[in-house]
Every structure is written in C-alpha cells, then in structure tokens.
Design a protein around this ligand. Structure first.
Ligand SMILES: O=c1[nH]cnc2c1ncn2[C@@H]1O[C@H](COP(=O)(O)OP(=O)(O)O)[C@@H](O)[C@H]1O
Ligand SMILES: [Ca+2]
Length: 461
C-alpha cells in the first residue's frame, strides 16, 4: 500500500546481507513524525542476483558490484528530492560471522567493498557491519511486534522465530527468570519495559545444519577403499536421489571441525525414511549437559516457550512449500513422512519449475524444522498451534531489517508520547481561560498603578 496523503514521505533503505543472498528493503513513512505504532511501511524489496556477500571472499570487489541493480531500483523508486536524506544501512548476518571466524581479513575486504559501492549512490550512507546474533533476534522481535501493533498496548507480545541458512534465532518474553546474561535483552519502548529472552544458534541455520548432519553420518562411515567414492546413504533425501558431490563442497565450513572427514567424491544416495531422518537430525543437538535449570541444546539456557510465536524466513519458505503451515504437530509429522518417502522422480515431475537443489532439500529442511521446534525448543502438540508460519505482516516482511531501521532512526521513543493532561478540547479551553485570566490581572495592575500615580500627582498639586 502506498501512502496517498498529501504530506511528503520519508524513506529508508536496509540491505539484509544474509548467508545465502542479499535483499534490499525500502521503507516509507509520513514526514510528520508520527509516534503511533505501525506507521512505517515496506515500499519495495529487491533480491540481489547471485549468492550472499560472504561468497565473494576470494573476489571482494564482486560483493559491492553485485548490489548495483537493486540500488538502481532503489534510486528509481525513491523520489529524487528525497535521495540525499534517505539513510542506507547494510547489516550482514551469519554468513559473514562465519567468514570472519575463518578469515577475518577477507571479511573486512568484503565489508569494505560493499561500503565503497553503497557510497556511490545518492543516498545518505550510514554504515555496513556484521550484526550480532542478539541484535538479529531482538530486531526481528521488534519488527513483528511493531507490525502487529502490539507495542504501547497492554496486550501480550509475539515471540519471534527466524530460520536462516547459517543461523537461527528464538526471541520471546518469558514467564520465568532469565538465568544467563548472554540471553537477556531489555528495551523501553513507548513507556513500557520489555525483558526479552533471545538466542542465536550459529551453524544451526538450515544449510549449515544439513552440512553438520551429513558430516556426522560420514564420520560414522568407515572407508575401506579410498579410491572409490564414499557412499552416503541418507534417509533425509528421497528414494532414487543419487548425486555425486565433492567433500569440499559439503564440508567447507568452520561449523564442522573435519578431523575424520573424507576428501574426494561423495555419492549421496537418498533413502526417504522420515523417522530415520529425524533420528539422524537429533544427533546435531547436544543435550547431554546443562548448567541452568533448563536448556534448549548445546548447553544454552532457555526458559519454557510462552505465548504466541511468528516463525518467518526459512521457517515459512519450507513449511509453505510443504503445505504444512496449519496442521497439528501429529498431522505435520505424518504428511512429512509421506513426502520424504515419495520417489525423487515423482517430486521432480511434480515441481519442474523449482531448482533441483532446493527441491531435494525440503524433506531434510521440514524434518529439521520439526526437530528444532519440538526437541530443541520444547514446543509440544498442545502449543504447536501457537506458532504461525508467516512471511509478511500487512505489506511488510517479517525479519530483522525493519526493527534495525526503527532503532537507528529513533523511530520508537522510549517514553510514551507526551500527552496533555486533559483531552485536546479541554486543554485548549484551559489555555484560553488561563490567558484571559492573565490579561485581566495585567489590566487590574495597570489600572491600579494609573490611579495611584494620578493620586500622587494630585497630592503634589
Ligand atoms: O524460496 C525459498 N525456498 C526455500 N528456501 C528459501 C527460499 N528463499 C530463501 N530460502 C532459504 O532461506 C534461508 C535464508 O537465509 P539467509 O540468507 O537469510 O541466512 P542467514 O540469516 O543465516 O544469514 C536460506 O537457507 C535460503 O536458502
Ligand atoms: Ca536471514
């Protein structure tokens, strides 16, 4: 929806430099600063062609150049007279966090390249940086609650679940105490205090989780003949699926410490067995230790999930593709089991328009989502209905970008808007009467002084 009122609009641009790809978001809001919630709207999005900026580690110049088409689109969408005042922010997420861990110099070069590129456009460049997992979680939470108009109302808030390619975030207002400082974030928005639990699991986005899970399967495979391709028999891929891959393409990630991992060629063979798939995925969550009263996995504190949740990004893409956005937990499992056992040939015939790489991974991704939510975060068949798989709220995408911009442009005040003590009409009447009283008093003082001066003159005469 475009803003149609006569008032001028203000714009802001945020680039979401994710691990798999970059998206450019353009936001628009009325120039008269409205402190009401839900005023900023998403005007346009543009998906940058090619992979995420971290994939340019060996050719950093390419990262900046890749943004060109979308930035030109932004130039055309935003009226020229607003360009110089339009802030541009770039936030990079888990792909760049991983690159920084692997090769800090390369990550700096990639950031310098996007910075150089963004400065060539007529907007007000405000910085390009890697945002922390905490920020990613917290700003996603602000976005969904801003768009749902939950802020500055006494109603409950919406928890936020974000699944990316390289990391995943869970953020909500818990009922119990937050036992670990790393997982606690406090906000004061519109005069209300929010005490949030948040955690970002690096390496637990769906692409890295697939690598983790394949790596674990191979570690348990003893290789007799090193000259032959290693066969990886995978229950998370469809029966009849059989592709050769290089070990390098699967295990080139700091998420796996590949001590026992093979090199060379892997023959990846699908078995299509959902329950075995879930068994194998469970192994990527370490639940053997917890130093708190409760943990999700890998020793991370997590209070019991509470209230309603919005699950977006890849949570939505995958569950929407599988048509599983509105089933019960049991129904979801049954339908997913059936989907995973469908022969690869049938799947390809049914969805000829979808890229085979994506298509082949939906059984794994769906099972991963289910396992993460049920075994990882402890959602149950009772509160499964509290999770809404969403892409947008109104016209705006759910994700961290809007919350990030609202924060950096000070669009959400800490205190509620200054309101007159009386309703508008009463306030104006009060001010009028008060002014009149002052005038009358001034008049009386003036008359008194004139009289006393005259009296004094008479006395002299
Ligand atoms: O249309 C789609 N279908 C399936 N998956 C998608 C689609 N669009 C994006 N994705 C997936 O969503 C995830 C987005 O992750 P992103 O690039 O934001 O990574 P990050 O948040 O971990 O940095 C990736 O795994 C990507 O493959
Ligand atoms: Ca993301």
């Amino acid at each position: 929806m475009r803003l149609t009122s006569a008032c001028t609009a203000v714009y802001g641009i945020v680039l979401d430099a994710g691990s798999s790809h970059t998206s450019v978001f353009i936001y628009e809001w009325p120039a008269e600063k409205e402190n009401n919630t839900g005023m900023v709207q998403q005007l346009h999005t543009c998906n940058v062609k090619g992979k995420g900026i971290s994939s340019y580690y060996a050719n950093p110049d390419g990262a900046g150049k890749s943004l060109h088409e979308c930035m030109m689109e932004a130039k055309n969408k935003i009226p020229a007279n607003r360009h110089s005042e339009t802030p541009v922010y770039l936030g990079a997420t888990a792909g760049m966090r991983l690159l920084k861990m692997e090769n800090e110099a390369a990550s700096e070069k990639v950031l310098a390249s996007v910075e150089h590129s963004l400065k060539t456009y007529p907007f007000s460049y405000q910085g390009a940086r890697i945002i922390s997992g905490q920020e990613e979680g917290a700003f996603g939470w602000i976005t969904v609650n801003y768009l749902s108009k939950n802020l500055n109302k006494p109603t409950g808030t919406l928890g936020a679940l974000d699944l990316g390619g390289a990391s995943t975030q869970i953020t909500f207002v818990p009922q119990q105490e937050i036992e670990s400082n790393d997982n606690s974030i406090d906000f004061r928005l519109y005069g209300n205090d929010y005490h949030l639990y948040t955690h970002s699991f690096l390496c637990y986005g769906k692409d890295q989780a697939l690598k983790l899970s394949m790596g674990m399967k191979l570690e348990s495979t003893r290789v007799a003949d090193k000259t032959k391709p290693i066969e990886l028999r995978d229950p998370c891929f469809h029966p009849g699926y059989n592709f050769t891959k290089t070990a390098q393409s699967v295990f080139n990630t700091p998420c796996i410490n590949g001590v026992n991992l093979p090199t060379g060629i892997i023959s990846h063979v699908g078995l299509g067995n959902w329950s075995q798939c879930q068994q194998s995925i469970r192994k990527v969550f370490n639940i053997t230790y917890c130093a708190y009263s409760k943990c999700s996995f890998n020793g991370v504190f997590q209070p019991s999930v509470d209230g309603k949740f919005g699950a977006f990004s890849a949570f939505f893409f995958v569950m929407d593709f599988l048509n599983l956005t509105s089933d019960s937990l049991d129904g979801t499992k049954q339908r997913l089991a059936k989907y995973c056992s469908t022969p690869w040939k049938e799947i390809v015939e049914k969805y000829p328009q979808i890229k085979q790489k994506y298509l082949s991974e939906y059984c794994f991704s769906g099972t991963y989502i289910l396992t993460l939510l049920e075994d990882g975060y402890s959602f149950t068949s009772d509160n499964w209905k509290d999770i809404s798989f969403i892409k947008k709220i109104g016209d705006s995408d759910a994700g961290w970008t809007l919350g990030y911009m609202l924060n950096l442009t000070n669009m959400i005040p800490a205190e509620a808007q200054d309101t007159p003590l009386m309703p508008d009409g009463g306030y104006i009447t009060f001010m009028l009467l008060f002014t009149l009283l002052i005038l009358v008093l001034l008049l009386m003082v003036f008359i008194y002084f004139r009289r006393s001066t005259r009296q004094a003159q008479k006395d002299i005469i």
